[in-house]
Ligand binder design. Sequence first.
Ligand SMILES: Cc1cc2nc3c(=O)[nH]c(=O)nc-3n(C[C@H](O)[C@H](O)[C@H](O)COP(=O)(O)O)c2cc1C
Length: 404
Amino acid sequence: MNEHDYQDTGIDVAGVDAALTTTRSVRLRLDLERHVDNDLIMECIDVAEQAPSGGNQGSRRWIVVRDPAVKEKIAELYMATGGNFMIGARDRLAGTGHHQEKVMESAAYLAEHLAEVPAIVIPTVIGVHDGSGRPGLFDSVIQSVWSLCVALRARGLGTAWTTAVLGKRDELAELLGIPEGVTQIAMIPVAYTKGTDFKRAPRLPAREVTFIDHYAHTWASGPSDPPNLADGPGAVVEVDIKAKVDEVWDVVTDLDLSAGYSDESLGATWAEGVDGPSLGARFTGRNTHPAIGEWEVECFVNRYVAGVEFGWVTSDADNPGAQWCFEMTSIAGATRLRYSLRLGPGPSGISAAISNMPDREPAILLRRIEEHAASMQRVVDGVKAQLHREPDPDRVNPLFGKDR
Ligand SMILES: Cc1cc2nc3c(=O)[nH]c(=O)nc-3n(C[C@H](O)[C@H](O)[C@H](O)COP(=O)(O)O)c2cc1C
């Protein structure tokens, strides 16, 4: 994609993207001293009201809390539903380097200073969700609230999307006079920011979370029409395991893991003199397939960050036949395990099959990806079966909700 594919709209694309990618959850850098004018908030709500609504019915209603006494009461509710937890977590995690340390420092700061924030916006929507999944309620308000956050950001103000206080929605409704049948969506503190420079957050690239035509099927580029091996077809499977990252890491770095679950893998052995995983380490994998028989393939560890990623490429480190990787991230008391594959760009069994039947390339690729994805799913399900503990129903994290 390059700029020449854009249709000229007169809209400053770079400016829009900058606003969309740097609208962060601002807490520590909220300027608690500087007054925020109501007209400025109204201007941004006018922008936000342009968001789509189911049936084109605008049912959003906004409350802007300015009264210090009311803000004080909201801060008390927030403290009870999440703030105390956040302060405790901040104190526990301080100096540990834990992945939630910074978020908790920031969240606890907001909890301690909520009453001092110049304005608190509570977006609501007329209606009560029936849980049906039909459009019309949350689906007609969340995008609008996000527009508000972005519009404020473009004007030098910061926000943080928070929901912890909704644990006291009845008390909040009474405090603000919100009638029955009107649903509270979030609580958005609003203030000028101290400094205006905010960075993009680390997120997975689009090609790793976007599937074309079929869930879990990825493409490193394109795909062309018709799709081909040079487009880098691949698959990704994921599972959330209620276990510690270290436990998952130990299981996925065991070379014999796949043999227990995949139809194709017969196991693997570290090269002579190698006694475990490290960057550049070599191993030999043994595989079987009804159409091919048994074969061995040399593999090279190309991604290795303990507790984060373990990846390897096959056949040729510089021009691999395939690229495999396990990645682990902590999410709300669990570990998300991603297992991904990219075919090519180098020669492999699949490129040999394609050269025998070049006109069948798209079908061959699709079939192979489906086979791999099914095997990979069995592998991650197997890891889960080994490690998963039952969720604790009494454990509720106000930032993330119930334990799972
Ligand atoms: C549904 C939802 C609920 C959230 N609830 C809270 C909250 O109650 N308190 C809080 O401080 N942050 C809350 N957050 C903010 C997240 O913690 C925040 O998005 C995260 O720290 C990442 O920062 P970023 O938004 O700058 O990328 C919430 C975010 C979402 C999407």
